[in-house]
Design a protein around this ligand. Structure first.
Ligand code: ATP
Length: 910
């Protein structure tokens, strides 16, 4: 039954329907869908055929350093040093296994990211239009496409109104391809761009609407193949990943030089060559933080999952980093800062009647209960003709429906309909036939319909609702309840505008309503004021972000008064502040807009086309900007912003596709949570970089110094490999998943170019490494008093190093806060990782087979007590340093201060 897109394009729809055994009006039945699912499976792809695990595992042995180590094991066998050979091999297996598990986890968490935003579709089944996941589709399903949708499968169109589809991802064409339903005569060798009656999976509807029949799904969909190739593309590395790769390379280079030097020195000193070689290579394995990029990737990926739990879906890894650098957030008002739950609270008619809508306790939102009161009288169906006229226009020029208290359609229209219910006027729509509609759009800011009474006893009339300015411009008369409409005068216009401004100042969204025989000669009927309260918690979120030095800008299509009223309530605007309108923006060029944009917190009467200019003006000032959007026309601005933020509930697929981040609940506070996570992740990455660097430097220095002073090697090759596991493995990783410190949100945004390795971080690394090296060397020297090197000596030195490392990890959990504030048990992964490492260490010391591998000996309890007292110094010194820094910071508020590893740029806060 699978049809190729080429085949279907050349076939008329009737034939296609019979081949696919479906119905254009009622679609497939549920039973048939189940049967076809059994046959065709889900509409999805296996993106990459996974390599078998054993192959991946063996792949780990391709690392040149591991190969060198294996070579030294082979040489040991050749020299009949079987013990050494077994030890090295076991140690290699442990190292490789830990690396493998980590890489596997990193892959899995990256894979999980691609499943965060499953595409949906609108499909007719059993005669009903339903919305569900696109993976549920089977061949023969009937799909409805409308503006902003993503095409969920390859579809042969049988209905297309003004349909244009963006196929740029396949064809590179930036202009949307216009689609029709006609049969194509020559379909052979036609590329995607010539198949005008087929919509391809993964493309986006830019304009119009249409319907179509699903052809092949999943693996058998023809053009899904192209889509699959695109999906399988390796995502680009994040700047942090790139800089970690570079850092890794630099460190490798230095390590190799030092290790070369050590081996050369050892050779001159006449040490055993194979020993020196094995130690050198193990040191290379340990000192080179090859795990660094993996730990960064896993940390970022885990951060993305954590953000998803907090209702922010980040689509690309680099965005996690950028989030911590966002300096300006431009946010739509309706639905993001406000609830988008609209209620009409005031009606003002052209003949100066003022009515308050009392929705009662339960009547807020789309409840049909409540009363409308005018001059202390309850407004009934026909008691106040001018109010009835206003509501009549509101109902006729309206596409919303309220079914059992649930709204289907736009909230603004829902509010008008709910108001009509309160006056028993909701059925008015049935009394008219709609002849034509001019839908609302945010450029024209009005909606109009042309209707005629169903009983044909009246003329065709235009009913219009929209923002006050366009309606006033087209109004030539105003409605009076008794007599003919009166010509509108300048004075009257000013009066109506004043009333609108009055409503707006109370934070109401104002709609003007009018009717007439022609669109250029309307009769103004009145105004309604709609309340859309700010979301809970947004004021606090706004305050927190502003105090951290992030600028917030509110963008709205509403009027100046409404915008200012809501912005003031949210603490975004102080009286006397400047606002810009869409018209003002039109009149400025980018550079003059850039100059003043820092001072503008509110933009009113803006439409999507202004957003792009605002983004560019901000970026011109070198600032990182986040921009929200939901409509098809917002896509350009979302793409050009450093972080495009789409709305999960009200957003179109086009905006979601263009965005970098999706707010599942459309809520502004979610942006704050995401920024908090973004900043926190950066600190976590710094933490484990500090940990890995100090361990790596300590290990290198230890061996270098002992070689330079002609001491025997304090650690053998296996022990060095064990240290590598701790450094690159679970303890380092667990620092990356440290719960986000909620105070980070109060810190200023990071500068995008700020390096990870700052001077204060290096100082911390050097202090820790110096303590570890001196302590370990001292233990080694103390143990070697008998001038003979025994397993006990290296066991003590080895355990000393490992314990130092554990305490070092503990102090790396925060660069600023004391462990008492952070909490010993707040990072479960850390407890598990360190606990696991300690148990491993005990096994290495006490478990005979491992004793053999690592050439260790059992220690006494007193040894442990001694070692714990000694190694905890690295932790206490770090805590003392943090304490002094905290005290200094609160005392001296210099322009630039550094706390822990972080430099604060106070200029940014001004
Ligand atoms: P945002 O804040 O998300 O940018 P907004 O709701 O503030 O959006 P628009 O939706 O562009 O901005 O609305 C601008 C103005 O257009 C409103 O103040 C209102 O007067 C009018 N308006 C809004 N929705 C409709 C509609 N469905 N029909 C007619 N007029 C509308």
């Amino acid at each position: 039954m699978n049809l190729t897109a080429h085949g279907a394009a050349g076939m008329d729809v009737g034939r296609l329907v019979s081949i696919l055994r479906t119905s254009l009006s009622s679609g497939l039945s549920s039973a048939e869908v189940r049967r076809r699912r059994g046959q065709h499976g889900f509409n999805e792809f296996e993106i990459q055929k996974d390599e078998p695990l054993w192959k991946k595992y063996l792949g780990q042995f391709k690392d040149p350093l591991i190969l060198l180590l294996l070579a030294s094991a082979v040489v040991s066998v050749a020299m009949k040093q079987f013990d050494d050979a077994v030890s090295i091999t076991v140690a290699i297996i442990i190292v490789v296994s830990v690396a493998f598990v980590q890489e596997y986890r990193s892959e899995k968490s990256l894979e999980a990211l691609t499943k965060l935003v499953p595409p949906k579709c609108h499909c007719v089944r059993d005669g009903r239009l339903e919305t569900f996941l696109a993976r549920e589709l089977v061949p023969g399903d009937i799909i409805n496409l409308s503006i902003g949708d993503r095409v969920p499968a390859d579809i042969r169109l049988f209905e297309a109104f003004d349909l244009a589809i963006d196929e740029s991802s396949f064809t590179g064409e930036t202009e949307p391809a216009s689609k029709h339903t006609n049969v194509l005569t020559t379909t052979k060798n036609n590329g995607i761009s010539h198949m005008a009656n087929v919509a391809f999976m993964g493309t986006l509807v830019r304009c119009g609407n249409g319907k179509g029949i699903v052809l092949g799904t999943g693996e058998s969909s023809e053009f899904g193949e192209v889509f699959k190739m695109m999906q399988a593309e390796e995502p680009p590395k994040t700047p942090l990943q790139v800089s970690m790769d570079q850092l890794g390379k630099q460190l490798s280079f230095y390590s190799f030089c030092i290790i070369g030097g050590i081996m050369f020195l050892g050779w001159i000193q006449g040490r055993h060559l194979l020993d020196m070689f094995t130690i050198g290579v193990s040191l290379a394995v340990a000192a080179i933080p090859e795990g660094l990029p993996i730990v960064v990737t896993v940390t970022l990926a885990i951060g993305v999952m954590r953000m998803a739990n907090r209702k922010a879906i980040v689509k690309k890894l680099p965005i996690v980093e950028t989030l911590g650098c966002v300096k300006v957030i431009c946010c739509d008002k309706t639905g993001t800062l406000t609830k988008n739950e609209m209620t009409v609270t005031k009606i003002m008619t052209a003949d100066d009647k003022v009515a308050e809508v009392d929705s009662g306790v339960s009547g807020v939102g789309y409840s049909t209960h409540g009363v409308i009161v005018c001059d202390h009288n309850v407004v009934q169906k026909d008691s106040h003709p001018s109010i009835t006229k206003v509501i009549q226009i509101g109902v006729l020029c309206n596409n919303a429906q309220i079914i059992e208290g649930d709204l289907q359609g736009q909230p603004t229209e829902g509010a008008l309909l709910a108001c009509a219910f309160k006056m028993d006027l909701e059925s008015m729509r049935q009394e008219y036939i709609r002849l034509q509609e001019w839908p609302f759009n945010s450029d024209t800011k009005y909606m109009a319909v042309k209707c005629v009474p169903r009983d044909q006893k009246g003329p065709e009339v235009f009913y219009v609702k929209g923002a006050v300015e366009p309606i006033m411009r087209s109004s030539t008369h105003y409605y009076v309840s008794r007599g003919q409409p009166q010509p509108i005068t300048e004075k009257q216009i000013n009066h109506f505008m004043e009333q609108a401004s009055h409503m707006g100042s109370a934070g109401l969204r104002v709609l003007a309503l009018a009717y007439g025989d022609s669109m250029s000669q309307l009769v103004f009927a009145g105004l309604v004021g709609i309340m859309d309260p700010p979301r809970d918690g947004v004021r606090e979120a706004v305050q927190t972000l502003i105090s951290s030095g992030t600028q917030l800008k509110m963008l709205t299509g509403d009027s100046l008064d409404t915008a200012v009223a809501i912005a003031s309530r949210l603490g975004l605007y102080a009286s006397g502040g400047r606002c810009l309108s869409g018209d003002d923006i039109d009149q400025m060029d980018i550079s003059s807009l850039s100059q003043i944009i820092g001072m503008i917190p509110v933009f009113y009467r803006v439409s999507p086309r202004h957003k792009h200019k605002i983004v560019r003006a901000i970026q011109n000032n070198g600032l990182v900007v986040g921009m929200t959007g939901d409509g098809v026309n917002d896509a350009v601005a979302l793409r050009s912003a450093d972080i495009g933020i789409a709305m999960g509930v009200t957003g179109t697929d086009v905006s979601k596709e263009a965005a970098d981040m999706i707010l599942v609940d459309d809520n502004f506070s979610t942006i704050m949570s995401a920024i908090e996570e973004g900043k926190g992740i950066f600190y976590n990455i710094k933490n484990f970089v500090r940990f890995q660097l100090s361990t790596s430097i300590a290990a290198l220095t230890l061996i270098t110094l002992s070689t330079m002073f002609s001491l025997p090697n304090p650690l053998n090759a296996m022990q060095i490999l064990w240290i590598n596991i701790i450094m690159d493995g679970p303890p380092a990783q667990s620092l990356g998943v440290e719960p986000v410190d909620h105070d980070v949100i109060r810190k200023p945004p990071r500068r995008a170019k700020d390096p990870i390795i700052t001077r204060p971080l290096l100082v911390n690394v050097i202090i820790s490494a110096a303590i570890i090296v001196s302590g370990t060397l001292w233990v080694f020297w103390r143990e070697m008093q008998d001038n003979k090197i025994t397993p006990r000596d290296t066991t003590m030195t080895f355990t000393c190093f490992v314990f130092f490392d554990m305490f070092n990890a503990l102090s790396c959990r925060s660069q600023i806060k004391s462990i008492l504030t952070v909490g010993f048990f707040s990072n479960r992964m850390f407890i598990l990782a360190v606990g696991g490492s300690l148990i491993g260490q005990l096994l290495v010391i006490y478990f005979p087979p491992l004793q053999q591998v690592f050439q260790t000996e059992a220690l006494y309890l007193s040894d442990f007590i001694f070692l714990i007292c000694l190694t905890s110094t690295v932790f206490f010194v770090s805590e003392a340093k943090k304490f002094i820094e905290r005290r200094n910071e609160s005392r001296i508020r210099k322009r630039t201060v550094s706390i822990g590893d972080d430099e604060y740029h106070r200029d940014d806060l001004v």
